[in-house]
Design a protein around this ligand. Structure first.
Ligand SMILES: Nc1ncnc2c1ncn2[C@@H]1O[C@H](COP(=O)(O)OP(=O)(O)O)[C@@H](O)[C@H]1O
Ligand SMILES: [Mg+2]
Length: 201
């Protein structure tokens, strides 16, 4: 379980959270919504161990995220950041091979096929559309074996078909008892696909 306990966090003069508490359990998909600038990405970075809480704590599987080594973090949570910039001309296939073998899931074919990346495997990521690059970024996150998947605005450049394809992968993760946290600022049409919504304001 991911447990966010009375977390406070301030960025400069901007008090983003004063006492935020929330939980994400194995096997559930949770939508994290709220207006632009409210702190969704910040919360994901706190859970992901990129930022440190200023008070309160975040536990994953009973352990404080700040006590986890980078290796331990990688096996516990997989993150798809809001914008992953592909600046090097690797092919999609090469990018997916970035996931270390030890951490790689067995069903990479299912992920590649479901996200519509099969025909793009030999194309350079730098030559793909924004939506295609976003799906490569998601594939990279999904191909990493972890207990929790944290996806920051995974639908921002997707059409309705691709959104459904991504939801299909999320459903398969739920079945495998993984916890999934998905950020979206444009949530109304999406709530039906999730078990619960955490609204930040
Ligand atoms: N690196 C940063 N340094 C200072 N302030 C930041 C930084 N990143 C984001 N912020 C501010 O923190 C607030 C929350 O940002 P963010 O978590 O990215 O919001 P969201 O993802 O909900 O749109 C915003 O007011 C934003 O301007
Ligand atoms: Mg954001």
């Amino acid at each position: 379980m991911i447990e966010i306990k009375k977390v406070a966090f301030k960025r400069g003069e901007n008090q983003i959270f004063t006492s935020l508490s929330a939980r994400i359990k194995p096997g559930e998909a949770v939508l994290l919504s709220g207006a632009n600038g409210v702190g969704k990405t910040t919360l994901l970075q706190l859970i992901g161990g990129v930022l440190r809480v200023q008070s309160g704590e975040i536990l994953i599987n009973g352990r404080n995220v700040e006590d986890l080594s980078i290796k331990e973090q990688a096996s516990i949570r997989s993150v798809a950041p809001q914008r992953r910039n592909f600046s090097l001309a690797y092919t999609v296939e090469q990018v997916i091979k970035f996931v270390p073998r030890k951490l790689k899931v067995e069903n990479t074919d299912f992920i590649i096929d479901t996200l519509g990346l099969r025909t793009l495997l030999h194309k350079k990521v730098t030559e793909l559309s924004g939506g295609e690059q976003e799906r490569v970024s998601l594939a990279l996150a999904f191909c990493q074996r972890a207990d929790y998947y944290l996806l920051d605005e995974p639908f921002s450049a997707q059409d309705s078909k691709s959104i459904k394809d991504i939801i299909k992968v999320i459903k398969s993760l739920k079945k495998a008892d993984k916890g999934v946290l998905v950020i979206s600022h444009n949530q109304e049409a999406l709530t039906q696909y999730f078990d619960r919504e955490i609204k930040l304001s």
